[in-house]
Design a binder for this molecule. Sequence first.
Ligand SMILES: [Zn+2]
Length: 206
Amino acid sequence: MTLDEDLAQHPADTEWHRLQKVGDVPDGSWVTRGPANAYASVTMRPLEPFLVPEKPRGGELDPNDCHSCRPSEHTIWHDEHWQVRGGWETGGLPFIGAISPREHWLLEDAPVEMLAGLGPLMQRISQAVKTIPSVARCHFSRWNDGSAHLHLWAFARPAGMMQGRGAVLSYWDGMLTEMPETMMRDYIEIVAEALAEQGGQAFPTP
Ligand SMILES: [Zn+2]
């Protein structure tokens, strides 16, 4: 059986899915009423069919293909269990980082003992990111649609940026004036060194 045959998709059919109007254009003005006051108008594309089973995420079928498991030049800090990566490309936000275990765990199967280290690490990352000049807050997200390997995102919210409050912050990275690469590297170094002060290693050799 080929992968394509194995993944023959069909519309999802639940009470919730039957409520949705596939093909209709959603009213994007809802987004303009959000707390961040960032959008003047939004035009949505028609609602696409909800198809299942979904295509597998990175590393889902074969952990040997998982990018998060491989050494990376973008690892800015790690300790025995966890790693933080960043600096893939310059953007407008002062810092974006990805936090993941060094071993291939999903949230669903990760050992509780290892997960127990995540809370203290988030506290350390938040404090480290806020030592960057220009940063007021560090937001975390856990969107797990790209890679199966457990990962969280850390986003630096610039000081005074009320239009960047909440989930809209991640979109601002592509709309604010892009940082020069040297500034991005400086800010990454601030975070990596601050993390390493309390354990682990900044910029480990890939
Ligand atoms: Zn992995």
